[in-house]
Ligand binder design. Sequence first.
Ligand code: CP
Ligand code: NVA
Length: 307
Amino acid sequence: MTRHFLRDDDISPAEQAEILELALDLKANPYSRKIFQGPKTVAVIFDKTSTRTRVSFAVGISDLGGVPLIIDAQGSQMGAKESVSDTAKVLERQVAQIVWRTYAQSGLEEMAANSKVPVINALSDEYHPCQLLADLLTIKEHKGNLAGLKLVYIGDGNNMANSYLIACAMAGMHVVVVTPEKYSPAKDVVAKATQIAAATGGTVSVSHDPAAAVEGADVLATDTWVSMGQEAEKAQRVSDFAGFTIDSELLSLAKADAIVLHCLPAYRGYEISTEVLDGEQAVIWDEAENRLHAQKALMVWLDERAK
Ligand code: CP
Ligand code: NVA
């Protein structure tokens, strides 16, 4: 049966570990798998802008023997003109997989429900699961393991926060999401992550106190305070997030060997200081590169199950 990857928990914890191992193998042997030999083309659709996702999927599909078809949704009939389900029925007959960056999670669910080929979430308003595969790969490379590590995400209770909660809980990590109270992550996501953590040996908590939360942290992570689609709220958000910047002072309260993640693009001086972003503890360029290896592993894994 065709599998899709719309949320971090569309795979099991064991499958997550399997995909990360495959990603390490593909990083060491980048051109060893040519999965796209029948239907070669993979549709990569963008309703929102992107640098990393666009490049890493295009390169990854090409490395795997495929041809990336990048579609900017404004230039297609999708949206007001043609429904998601009709679009899916057209695409599934011609492409091997569908990768989509969009707004509502429900759109991705509708695409998957109408597609016999795998659908991959390349960021929605609710989740960014491909980013978390790359982040977990980066942590694994730098720390050697995932289970038992403490990851503290400081910032907005947004799509990245949701994905950190679910994916890190699946990996058996201790995940803390630190936000201003008004920007707390969705309660149902916290509840789901807590339930997952109970089975993996991880823990989940929400805090509003960055200094207290980072104590003992192995990994610090953050993301923009103003996600795509929220530009009109920028002034209010910048004011509301005062005190939630990852700077050298906050970093000094974590473990001495803590690493720092940022999915990028970064807004220097807001969610992260330039000193930390360019400092020795930041592993953000590895993290950005790992989008490529993690997504290649995901596409191989999904292809094996689509047959
Ligand atoms: N991190 C990430 O998804 O970056 P892009 O928006 O540039 O794709
Ligand atoms: N939370 C950000 C992530 C960008 C990769 C956004 O949705 O814009």
